[in-house]
Design a binder for this molecule. Sequence first.
Ligand SMILES: Cc1ncc(COP(=O)(O)O)c(C=O)c1O
Length: 378
Amino acid sequence: MLSTDLLRDAAERFGTPLYVYDADELDAGLERVRAAFGGARVFFAVKANPNLSLLKHMAGAGLGFDCVSYGELCRAEFLGLAGERIISNGPAKSQAEYDLGARLGVTFIVDRVEEVGLLPPRSRALVRVNPALQISTHDHLATGSAASKFGVTPEQVPLVLKALREAGHRALGLHVHIGSAIRDAQDFTAAYARLAELRSQTGPLEVFDAGGGWGIGADLHGIAREARHAAGVFDAELWVEPGRYLVAPAGVLLTTVVGVKRTGRNFCLVDAGMTELIRPMMYGAAHPLTPLWGGTQVETWDVAGPACESGDLLARDVPLPEPSRGDLLVIGEAGAYGAAMSTTYLTRARPAEVLRRSGEWQLIRRREEPQELWQTEL
Ligand SMILES: Cc1ncc(COP(=O)(O)O)c(C=O)c1O
C-alpha cells in the first residue's frame, strides 16, 4: 500500500471518495503471475478493472485482454489490440460481439452447443467446460458449479468440438473458469483434473485456458503447477485470465468520515458506499480497513455509506479508534471490481481514479459531475 502521507496527499488534491492505484504494485502482481505460470499466455480479465490507463499499462506489459461484453471489446479495439491478443467470452453474446470479434479476429469462447451456429465463419474457438464442482466461494462468484449458467458439461465436449470442426471453425481447445475470489487451490486442482480426464476423447489440443479466479493469498504456485500439468496432458499451450489477482492489491478506495452515530450500534458514516464499492453488499466481501487516525479508545463500528439503503454497509463489527468528521479511511484490496462495479444509483456521480507512477500522480479518470448523468435522457 502507498504511504499514509501519499494517501493523505491524494485525498487533498483529488478529494474523496477516490480510487488510488499503485503502478509498482501492479507490476509486482504481474511478476508474481509470470514467475508462477512461466511461459503461459496471460489475458487480463478486463471486467476486473477496465480503466483505459490501467489497460494500457497491461497491454504495454504484453498482456492480452479477456473481454466479456461488446463494450469491453470496444475498449480493446480502441487501444489497438486485435487477433490473438483478445478473447471474447460470455454466456449470451450479442450479435455486435460476434461482428466486432470477427473484425478483430478474436478467439471466441463457446459457452453452449447452439453457439457453434452463431460464430462468424472460420472462427478460432475454445469450448468452455463447467466441471460442476462445489466451489469454495460466494454463490454469486461460483461459475464452475452445477447450478451455474456457464459452460457445457464435460459429457458435451466431444460433441461441441466435432460441431466446431464440421462447421469449419478452428477448435483450439478447452477453457475453464470456475469462479472468482477462490482461495482453496484444491478447487482448481479438481477442476483441471476433471478436464484432463477428457483427453482420451478429445486427443491433443492446441490450447488449454485455465481461466482466472485466484483469490488474494491463494497458493499461486500450486494452482500454476496443476494448470501446467493439465495443459501438458493435452500437449497444449497454457492460457490464463487473471483479473482480481493482478489489480485488487494495487488499488484502495479512500473515503472521508462524515460523522458518527450511536444507536446501540456504533456507525462510522463515510462518503463512500454501495455506489462506489458494492462488493461488501453484493458478496459479503470483507475488505481490509486502515484508519488514518489514531486514538486509544478502540470500539466496534459498522462502516456505513451515504445511500438511503439499510444494506449500504462497507464493513460490520470492525475495531476502530473513535472516528471524527474529516478523518480518512483506507479500504484495501479495492483495485478489482471496485471502480468497475461502481454505479450512478441515486444520481451519485462516480469517483475519480488516480495512479501513482514514477513518483507522480496521474489522474486516470476525472470525477463525474451529477449533471453529466442525465445527458442521455430525453
Ligand atoms: C471468463 C472469466 N475469466 C476470468 C475472470 C477473472 O476472474 P478473477 O478476477 O477472479 O481472476 C472472470 C471473472 O469472473 C471471468 O468471468
